[in-house]
Ligand binder design. Structure first.
Ligand SMILES: Cc1cc2nc3c(=O)[nH]c(=O)nc-3n(C[C@H](O)[C@H](O)[C@H](O)COP(=O)(O)OP(=O)(O)OC[C@H]3O[C@@H](n4cnc5c(N)ncnc54)[C@H](O)[C@@H]3O)c2cc1C
Ligand code: FES
Length: 274
């Protein structure tokens, strides 16, 4: 009998001022931020996230911005965030220097449940969806491990080496064909599933994070082939703790809050379109 590793609300959320110990641009528009946080570095589960107040001044966005926990280092007491600059909040975040402090809230949400049954783990990312999947990859012990990464273009392909070091086979799809296979990440997923033996299909667990359209497509593939699949949903968030109801999604179990009940959901529970 297998008992899955159910990751979820096993830890308390805290608010703290976290010192920046590293902050670097790793690709055009992509940054890695390392924060000192004694508590969160030891009490985070894959798929959880933090909310960062990017600025205290009124010219800046007042609402905190959610970011997945990309990595933790218990010895150094640090957590890592990988982020893309998409608007004012993330632009302001890039200006913060090593030594400064950021007001953070976390760890938040329910993370991934790592399935012990099943010999094949497939991580599917779209764009910045790779951020929580690296943290998840560190916990996956399935004998066959794959990461299928979808990006618009080559310079958005990040973390390949991290996954390879963890024993994952990495396959990349870019929309313009500048790296890997030209097309969508779901083309790679479909190709893999089509070439799998019927007996192997029962062994597959999919863990996905990315834009909604990608998650919907991955969920449909999983449903058609009856594959186990969890998806980390994206949503606009305000409070991050289930109070404002701003991040509600329709599920087969009623309305759920992405921040509190998710961000990770079993794929078959989400009612599309959102
Ligand atoms: C649980 C969770 C985890 C996340 N983890 C990461 C992460 O690890 N790295 C990362 O780069 N981003 C992550 N995001 C998205 C990130 O929170 C947003 O990109 C960020 O809040 C944008 O802030 P902004 O002020 O720069 O952009 P805004 O000025 O608020 O918006 C700029 C553009 O981005 C779009 N946008 C903003 N927020 C979202 C959102 N939540 N979902 C979809 N589109 C959005 C807007 O529609 C707009 O087009 C996560 C979101 C959630 C809900
Ligand atoms: S962000 Fe307020 S309920 Fe989810």
């Amino acid at each position: 009998m297998h008992s899955d590793l159910k990751y979820g609300k096993m830890n308390l959320m805290i608010q703290e001022k976290a010192r920046i110990v590293e902050h670097q641009q790793i690709a055009p528009n992509y940054y890695k931020l390392t924060l000192l946080s004694h508590y969160i570095s030891s009490n985070t589960l894959p798929g959880q996230f933090i909310e960062i107040r990017v600025c205290d001044f009124t010219v800046c966005p007042l609402l905190r911005r959610p970011f997945s926990i990309h990595g933790t280092n218990k010895d150094k007491k640090t957590i890592e965030i990988l982020y893309e600059v998409v608007g004012l909040g993330t632009e302001v975040l890039t200006k913060h220097q090593i030594g400064q402090e950021l007001d953070i809230l976390g760890p938040l949400g329910n993370g991934f449940t790592i399935k012990k049954k099943g010999k094949i783990a497939i991580l599917v990312s779209g764009g910045m969806g790779v951020a929580p999947l690296k943290a998840l990859a560190e916990h996956i012990k399935a004998p066959a491990r794959y990461v299928f990464m979808g990006c618009k273009k080559m310079d958005q392909v990040v973390c390949e080496k991290d996954f390879s070091k963890l024993g994952f086979e990495v396959q990349v799809a870019t929309e313009n064909g500048s790296a890997g296979k030209k097309g969508l990440v779901t083309d790679i997923l479909n190709g893999f599933i089509d070439s799998a033996q019927p007996s192997e299909l029962n062994e597959i667990n999919i863990y996905a994070c990315g834009p909604k359209a990608m998650l919907k497509a991955v969920s449909e593939i999983a449903q058609q082939k009856k594959l186990n699949c969890q998806i980390s949903m994206e949503a606009y968030m305000a409070c991050g703790i289930g109070a404002c109801k701003g991040c509600a999604v329709k599920t087969t179990k009623g309305m759920k809050m992405v921040c509190k009940d998710g961000p990770v959901f079993p794929a078959q529970e989400i009612i599309w379109p959102i």
